[in-house]
Design a protein around this ligand. Sequence first.
Ligand code: GLP
Length: 242
Amino acid sequence: MKIIVTTNHEELSQRAADLVVDAVRAKPNLTLCLATGSTPTRTYELLAAPKNVKSDQFAQVSIIKLDEWGGLAMDDPATCEVYLQQHICQPLGINSERYLAFQSDSPTPEEECLRIQKALEKVDPIDLCILGLGANGHLGFNEPAEWLNPFPHVATLTQSTLQHPMTQQTDVAIPYGLTLGMANILQARQILLLVNGRHKRMLLEKLLASRITTGFPASFLWLHPNVTVICDQEANPGGHVR
Ligand code: GLP
């Protein structure tokens, strides 16, 4: 696991955006799997900068939505869908042919997960997966549990996850999450985990202890050969960083 410590969230975001741009330069038809949430927002804003948009940098890039709040209309402002459309798909001109995403309002969520798994099986592995670190160590909506699910699934969300700021943007009670599974994430060729803020320091410390447990799903990143963690100084637990 490669760990990059930056001075603040802005520098973290710039490093992450640079890494994505480099990856797209090396492989213009890159497949990116993207988390939502507050951590990567600035990274996405930097990617949507006029110079990238104008140069058609992302003309062949495909996007996969990592997870979604279930039971919400697709245009509910709390959805990951609205977030990704607004921050990535619209500014970068990602059309529906280059976009794979859970339907938040599917009447049959289990079948929706199967649809995503089948679609994933038809395409090349995810090239780069950008993740945030959930308040309880979750990745996507792979919540701490006795066992983890390898594939796309309907997730029972914990209270702490349901308190995520995105959920404050809707009046609808969110009944479940939809998420890629741990195998889907770990099969990505490269993983970028972004961690910022004082409130994430203990979580990062736990991750860097390198004890793999289903009680802390992010710890499974230790099983992957190509993970880069970019954190800011506030999240940096000090002595652990190499
Ligand atoms: C949410 C999302 C994750 C996200 C994480 C961290 O629950 N399901 O995909 O990465 O929490 O969010 P934030 O970056 O806002 O801390």
